[in-house]
Design a binder for this molecule. Structure first.
Ligand code: HEC
Ligand code: HEC
Length: 198
């Protein structure tokens, strides 16, 4: 319960959250950490996340039941090394930010943030196993150099993440909730970032 209070404060007010340093509870055991990790993996491997977290092909994916088959993004879209499509067609050409409900329609481009773009190559999750993603996320060289606290704060600030839990347009919602996901990361980190292959 203690965790939830902290997370609620984070979500409600990022500014206050920065001043109130999150102290990871020391009570999480390795077993609890591994159980929390299994839930984190269900999220990171979900199409609403992994479709953008692709590797050096620079090609976003269309996958998940709402896309009747798994395939590369249509229309020959390639994000390039810029990851925003600067080399060819910018992602924001179609994925701009709109306040109306355009993304509630099936097969419309999600329009939730101007910075819609691929995740960094190091954060490649599409098709990766639980152990692979677990080792990536705890490695500062591949997680954007973030501490546990920074990882969690990063999640709460990101519009794209909020979209993944309310995507509309018949798309499957990412499992659990943003709050529960942040809480699971907190438990996993407090347990010392265990991975099943340790
Ligand atoms: C020409 C318009 C267009 C451009 C440019 C474009 N997209 Fe898309 N994108 C779409 C459409 C349309 C869909 C939804 C297709 C559907 O639901 O059948 C989509 C869906 C996606 C999805 C799947 C989201 C989900 O449902 O999980 C991802 C990921 C994505 N685009 C990433 C990108 C990235 C990254 C770029 C830039 C490199 C980009 N797109 C550029 C039109 C575009
Ligand atoms: C539209 C594409 C897109 C989608 C969809 C997306 N991400 Fe990301 N993700 C990014 C980008 C871009 C970054 C890099 C942001 C930065 O470093 O500031 C990122 C970085 C991250 C990071 C930082 C860790 C790292 O290894 O760099 C985490 C954690 C993360 N995303 C989680 C998620 C989760 C969980 C979901 C689904 C609920 C998700 N993302 C869906 C684009 C996306």
């Amino acid at each position: 319960m203690r965790y939830f209070v902290l997370i609620a404060a984070l979500l409600a007010s990022p500014v206050v959250a920065e001043e109130t340093a999150i102290t990871p509870p020391v009570s999480a055991s390795i077993e609890e950490g591994l159980i929390a990790w299994d839930r984190v993996y269900e999220v990171t491997s979900h199409p609403r996340c992994s479709n953008c977290h692709v590797g050096p092909s620079n090609v976003p994916m269309w996958s998940g039941p709402s896309y009747d088959r798994t395939r590369p993004h249509g229309m020959n879209i390639n994000a390039g090394e810029s990851r925003i499509g600067a080399e060819a067609v910018l992602c924001s050409t179609c994925h701009a930010y709109r306040e109306d409900n355009a993304n509630n329609l099936p097969h419309m481009a999600p329009q939730v943030a101007m910075n819609w773009q691929l995740a960094p190559v190091e954060a490649e999750w599409f098709g990766k196993s639980s152990d692979e993603i677990c080792n990536q996320l705890r490695d500062p060289d591949r997680n954007g150099g973030r501490t546990l606290t920074e990882l969690i704060e990063h999640l709460s600030h990101d519009l794209i993440l909020h979209w993944a839990w309310s995507p509309g347009g018949g798309r499957e919602v990412a499992p659990y909730s943003l709050e529960e996901h942040m809480n699971d990361l907190l438990i996993w980190g407090s347990a010392g970032f265990p991975c099943a292959n340790d």
